[in-house]
Design a protein around this ligand. Structure first.
Ligand SMILES: Nc1ncnc2c1ncn2[C@@H]1O[C@H](COP(=O)(O)OP(=O)(O)O)[C@@H](O)[C@H]1O
Ligand SMILES: [Mg+2]
Length: 261
């Protein structure tokens, strides 16, 4: 039986011949791929979701996103780190839901619930026609989704992308947020040029686990914050943006608790 490490990184030996890369890879393995995560990843591999992990696209304190391949196509594999730090930064409204699924001390259970939540929300977004990565599956702390990028690597964040027509981008972002609010009935809550990728000359929304139903008492305030973030950024690029019309165009009137009576 091959070790899970060899299943997850079959090409590791050929790819990382030189010592320095070997060291970087070792560090990555130690940080993200604890034994339980390796087992979770190999289970997804044996289910046929992808064949192998290629390389990290982005890594941070709370997890990492890796490119994986499957029959010459690519997939993105997002791994949440299982630990108490993962949930320290979550907004309270997002934690409410999780507490119903796992006890606060059961980090593994919380992370699994969080991963499933991101999977479900991505599915709702794709169904509503939002440009967001299509989800392919999840297990424990590992989520598999559509890879936005090319052979060379992941698509740039909007923040780092070269935008030639900011006024067009404004219209496209309006369309995406409107589909999210009116179609999927969700508010993202953490929208920014960091959580938007620019792929095939179009903005794609990512990092959606904290999204909430539009009828949530805090949904309106979060949508206003999301729109304010983008308005500022779009103006900085040179677009003419009126915050009030931006808000009404994305469907703010349909957000908030149902009127009493
Ligand atoms: N589906 C994807 N395809 C390509 N790159 C992705 C994908 N999802 C995430 N990334 C990359 O990984 C980074 C972190 O992903 P994100 O979902 O924002 O996680 P975090 O919770 O760490 O902010 C993104 O900024 C982007 O560069
Ligand atoms: Mg993010």
């Amino acid at each position: 039986m091959p070790q899970p490490e060899e299943v997850v990184f079959p090409r590791r030996r050929e790819r990382f011949e030189d010592r320095r890369k070997e060291g970087q890879q070792r560090k990555l393995l130690d940080e993200f791929f604890d034994h339980a995560t390796l087992l979770a990843v190999s289970r997804l591999i044996s289910q046929g979701l992808f064949d192998a992990i290629d390389f990290p696209v982005a890594t941070g304190k709370e997890g990492g996103v890796f490119r994986a391949s499957k029959d010459g196509e690519y997939r993105a594999v997002k791994i949440y780190r299982v630990g108490n730090t993962t949930f320290r930064h979550l907004p309270p409204y997002a934690l409410e839901d999780l507490r119903r699924e796992a006890s606060v001390r059961n980090f593994g259970g919380l992370v699994a619930a969080w991963t499933r939540r991101e999977h479900t929300i991505l599915g709702r977004l794709v169904d509503a026609g939002v440009h967001a990565p299509r989800p392919y599956g999840h297990y424990r702390n590992v989520l598999v989704m559509e890879f936005l990028g090319t052979e060379a690597g992941g698509a740039p964040r909007l923040k780092d992308a070269l935008v030639e027509d900011p006024q067009r981008l404004y219209r496209e972002l309006t369309d995406e947020i409107r589909r999210m609010v009116v179609g999927a009935k969700l508010v993202h809550g953490d929208l920014s040029p960091y959580n938007t990728l620019y792929w095939q000359e179009y903005p794609w929304l990512i990092d959606v686990a904290q999204a909430i139903p539009r009828e949530h008492p805090q949904a309106k305030a979060l949508l206003e914050r999301d729109v304010t973030n983008f308005a500022k950024y779009l103006r900085h690029l040179g677009a003419e943006v009126d915050r009030a019309s931006f808000l009404s165009a994305v469907g703010v009137d349909e957000v908030g608790p149902p009127a009493a009576g």
